[in-house]
Design a protein around this ligand. Structure first.
Ligand code: DAH
Length: 317
């Protein structure tokens, strides 16, 4: 009896075969249905009922057998939840970005506020207000990219000091990190580079002086490099500071230039509407990429921008 046969079938393949023999092109039911026109009403109703019943029986046996097959395969496949997953390809922070974030945290912890300025600067902020008027020889220290309208690609973040003092006046304690541009390119110079700038000006009674600058830099460098650092001072020249100094850091058995700075020149304060009789302070600036190079042991600055992500991946983030 067909119904019993369907119920007792034990494999999906056999069920499929049986189904074809009943409902296939020349299947028994197919042939009978084709002949329907020769039947009377009662016989037709009976055939339809039988047809529906058989289809349902096939369907429910198929569901049962599929469930059995799924349970069997689940029992066979053991899921080892302790195995490693597929490795995820995660993005990494660029070392310059990473070290930038660290510097922000360090300077903020010392009470400095992060400030920014535009990368296309006017002559006033990039040079003149920084006590570097037209034809001042110090303009030659920086190979400037000039734009047709007389603006420049910012050559130094010192321009941001001016913007900050114009806006906030004194007392003021800010720092800034930003891209600067100069026409130079070799292993230690890139045409676009990052500088970090700091400025701390307060009432003369507070007597902010060069040893405060040195102390600030010692704290910064030891936190940034994660160890005590030796610093030394050399005299230098910048139009916007007087006296001007350079600070070197002991690195292994060599002294490396860490940063430039000095006491803010009275003309610079005056240019920003601050009375140099009442206020004084220091400013400093350094090449940010160089610092990141030291920290991550790179010897070619161009690695930061050459698009090779291998060393980014190996930089420990
Ligand atoms: N702007 C200088 C440069 O690009 C660096 C610098 C020197 C910044 C002395 C300062 C400073 O704020 O006080 O070479």
């Amino acid at each position: 009896m067909l119904k019993e046969k369907i119920k007792n079938i034990e494999s999906l393949e056999e069920l499929q075969e049986l189904y074809t023999s009943v409902f296939g092109k020349n299947g028994t039911m197919t042939v009978r249905l084709k002949d329907m026109k020769n039947l009377n009403n009662d016989e037709r109703a009976e055939l339809n009922r039988e047809n529906t019943e058989l289809r349902e029986l096939f369907k429910s046996r198929q569901d049962e057998l599929e469930l059995v097959a799924m349970n069997a395969s689940l029992a066979k496949q053991k899921l080892d939840v302790t195995l490693d997953g597929e490795p995820e390809n995660r993005g990494t922070l660029h070392p310059v970005t990473q070290s930038f974030k660290e510097a922000v945290a360090i300077f903020e912890s010392m009470g400095y506020t992060l400030w920014t300025g535009p990368e296309i600067e006017d002559d006033w902020h990039n040079f003149t207000a920084l006590n570097t008027p037209a034809h001042h020889p110090a303009r030659d220290m920086q190979d400037t990219f000039f734009l047709e309208n007389g603006n420049v690609m910012r050559t130094q973040t010192s321009a941001i000091q001016i913007r900050a003092m114009e806006k906030l006046g004194a007392p003021i304690k800010i720092f800034a990190i930003g891209n600067c541009y100069r026409k130079e390119l070799d292993a230690t110079h890139s045409a676009m580079f990052d500088q970090l700038e700091g400025l701390y000006v307060d009432k003369v009674e507070k007597n902010i002086n060069l040893s405060d600058l040195l102390g600030t830099m010692r704290v910064f460098a030891s936190k940034f490099f994660g160890r005590d650092v030796d610093l030394r001072i050399r005299p230098s020249y910048f139009p916007f500071t007087d006296p001007s100094i350079e600070i070197d850091m002991k690195w292994g058995d060599r002294w490396l230039e860490l940063l430039c700075g000095g006491m803010v020149h009275p003309n610079v304060l005056r240019n920003c509407g601050i009375d140099p009789e009442k206020y004084q302070g220091f400013a400093f600036g350094f090449g940010w990429d160089r610092l990141a190079m030291l920290k991550y042991g790179l010897n070619d600055i161009r690695a930061f921008t050459d698009g090779d992500i291998r060393w980014l991946k190996n930089s420990g983030f």
